[in-house]
Design a protein around this ligand. Structure first.
Ligand code: F6P
Length: 347
């Protein structure tokens, strides 16, 4: 069998660990030949390939990013895109495709599967917002990086008696904010799913300062809409109206606006740190390396079993497979129980 592999969407730590596992098992156990596609769906669209074998995956387990490159290309937004991909797979003699990505990349994989393409998915994203799996790889690394940042901000916040606002990624879900906020001991956490108001956030900070503490850490998820007691809500970033090929607004900037509001309303000196793409860079944590490796092995097995239209997933401690349809039907949002854990430490 000849198998194509691609990585799509935002990069994240652990992509190379998946590629390594897929290739190692595919070659050693199933005797597959592999073809790497460059830059996500752009690869099969433009017929841009890279050699992918045991030699290419040596030493890549701890490396961040992806040796295949990535992009947010959407073949369904390109005239004749699907036919071009089908032609590439046919002409290169590929029997199957392994797509490693988040909701967008796997959404395309699902639609291609409906068109008859033999595709298997692997769930990637620092946002952890993919349904049908407990965790995506990359998330643990992002939370680790954000938690370390919060720890560091604590000491400088305390020295200067300041409020520190930390803006983390996560798009329309607050997983990174909630987990890093709990782990880092944040005093207020604002997420898209349970939007407490700016006024409530300020009163939590005041309450804390009334208890004699004169610094606070506020974690805000980039997708949190500035929400006011009046009922007004505003998504920062929306003004730019810049969207990618999947229709996503480019987020970022809510931390700065929130910091201004907090300083104005409470009178406490406030600073903002936007962690941005630092959360996606560098080496994966051991947990992400192990998860990515297990997903890669499962993807090779799914191809061998001819179980296409499926995605490797984590349920509890077990690696299972779920349908791409189920995985991409809706976003996995932070449930109220998790936010309750965070709220127990507010103020
Ligand atoms: O989906 C991962 C993610 O890092 C989001 O958290 C963030 O909103 C987005 O990608 C940033 O995308 P880009 O790399 O295109 O700036």
């Amino acid at each position: 069998m000849r198998i194509g592999v691609l990585t799509g969407g935002g990069d994240c730590p652990g992509l190379n660990a998946v590629i390594r596992a897929v290739v190692r098992k595919g070659v050693a156990e199933y005797g597959y030949d592999f073809v790497g596609f460059r830059d996500g769906w752009r690869g099969p669209l433009e017929r841009e390939t890279v050699p992918l074998g045991i030699q290419q995956v040596r030493g890549i387990l701890p490396r961040g990013g992806t040796i295949l490159g990535t992009s947010r290309t959407n073949p369904f937004k390109i005239e004749g895109g699907v036919e071009r991909i089908e032609a590439t797979l046919r002409d290169l003699g590929l029997d199957a495709l392994i797509a490693i990505g988040g909701e967008d990349t796997l959404g395309v994989a699902k639609r291609l599967y409906d068109h008859g393409v033999n595709v298997v998915g692997v769930p990637k994203t620092i946002d952890n917002d993919l349904a049908a799996t407990d965790y995506t790889f990359g998330f643990d690394t992002a939370v680790t990086i954000a938690t370390e940042a919060i720890d560091r901000l604590h000491t400088t916040a305390e020295s200067h008696n300041r409020v520190m606002v930390v803006e983390v990624m996560g798009r329309h879900t607050g997983w990174i904010a909630v987990m890093s906020g709990i782990a880092g001991g944040a005093d207020v956490i604002l997420i898209p799913e349970q939007p407490i108001t700016v006024e409530q956030a300020c009163s939590e900070i005041r309450r804390r300062h009334e208890r004699g503490l004169d610094f606070s850490i506020v974690v805000v998820s980039e997708g949190y809409e500035l929400t006011y007691d009046s009922g007004e809500r505003r998504l920062v970033g929306e003004q730019a109206r810049e969207t990618d090929q999947f229709g996503h607004v480019k987020l970022g900037g809510v931390g700065g606006e929130l910091a201004r509001e907090i300083e104005e309303r409470t009178g406490f000196e406030t600073r903002v740190t936007v962690l941005g793409h630092v959360q996606r860079g560098g080496s994966p944590t051991p947990r992400d390396r192990v998860l990515a490796t297990r997903y890669g092995l499962k993807a090779a097995d799914l191809v061998d079993e001819g179980r296409f239209g499926r995605m490797a997933a984590l349920h509890g401690d077990d690696i299972v497979d779920v349908s791409l349809e189920e995985a991409t039907a809706e976003l996995k949002t932070v449930p109220p129980e998790w936010y309750e854990v965070a709220k127990a430490f507010f103020g």
